[in-house]
Design a protein around this ligand. Sequence first.
Ligand code: ADP
Ligand code: MG
Length: 463
Amino acid sequence: SGRWAKAMAILREFEDKCGTLTGKLRQVADAMTVEMRAGLASEGGSKLKMLISYVDNLPTGDEKGLFYALDLGGTNFRVLRVLWGGKEDRVVKQEFEEVSIPPHLMIGSSDALFGYVAEALAKFVATEGEGLHPSPGQQRELSFTFSFPVQQTSIASGTLIKWTKGFSIEDTVGQDVVGELTKAMERVGLDMRVVALVNDTIGTLAGGRYYNQDVIAAVILGTGTNAAYVERAQAIPMWHGLLPKSGEMVINMERGNFRSSHLRLTEYDLALDVESLNPGEQIFEKVISGMYLGEIVCRVLLKMAQEAAFFGGDVPLKLEIPFILRTPHMSAMHHDTSSDLREVGSKLKDIPEISTTSLKMRKAIVELCDIVAARGARLSAAGIVGILKKLGRDTMKDGEMQKSEIALDGGLFEHYTKFRTSMESTLKELLGEEVSECIAIEHSNDGSGIGAALLAASHSQYL
Ligand code: ADP
Ligand code: MG
């Protein structure tokens, strides 16, 4: 029918505009390398902030003692304590708790958010068991993983540049987030010192390195996306401090803010951006990460409903509610292997309350999920190739190839299988058979928390 043809024309046009052919991806990878250089050259030199982390030593395996880590950076936050036992014993004991953040606190006041976090932390500290207390006379020490763009001023202080991922709390911007947390801990009577301020990418990098010395970068694919990597200190023109002894410095790329003329955006991406909490910002993140993929699918479906009566005469009202279709729902539909696609049918019934859908329609919806996920995954891979290029690790040198490993973490990478496999095969496609044999992507399960707890140990005031 004419309606069906119209709907398919909308889908095809979207697919076409999403195009991520190999050549396009190479341009994105090259643009990433160029922007990395520009960002390292001077502050504000690029959309990529390339923030200096003050982490110039990654874990060695010798770390010892009891340390805390707090991970705040998305939908949940985690508190954990780890007892490190040095080279022989490694992790002697590890305990954690996960707490979800009530949505109103994500857009409320700084005191309310940090107060909530400090209270949860105090409760967790109160559950310390046998052998898990700090040494007598010593203060508890914490590494604070705060996964938003921060201008670091030392290893344990930094000011918030802006919120991302659905957070928006005016009075925190420009403040030292360690100061905010410390004040909140004092208010709840918790005696604990923040010895390191990092983000999830740096934590993941540190956690990865602890187990494998080939780890040179970390990438997060969760609610948002970001990457960190180990740079030669001499290749950082904007660094005016002393050269670190190691000769290295970990850089927090804030890759979610990457933007380039080679990164083509569709009308749906543009509309999503304009209506977001941070218009014009985090463009790469908005086409790649878990917070947004489901919403893009929903926007295309809405257009198909409005302009081609895809779901029949009436436009399902719920499709107009922002962020109603979450990426886990999209993933569930995309992975539906039943012959009648009944998972797709039931998700549509449960979420936007579309009660009847034909098999033909469900197939089109699975295809739409595939287009959105594949674009995100392929661009994500191109971004990783950009890092490898910057480090000269994307080609053979004198017939030799260095081994490189990239630690990956985040709910999107962990749970969205088709996203992950598409990303992995795209890396092979871009790097070639030979080179890709020396490049490994490893899932670093909660590497970020573990890594942060390691960085607390290596930055202890008692060393
Ligand atoms: P955060 O990034 O908030 O710190 P996670 O790394 O756990 O937390 O990532 C959570 C994100 O991962 C969610 O926002 C969601 O987009 C994505 N996600 C979680 N589960 C799934 C799933 N089953 N399929 C696809 N995406 C998922
Ligand atoms: Mg996280």
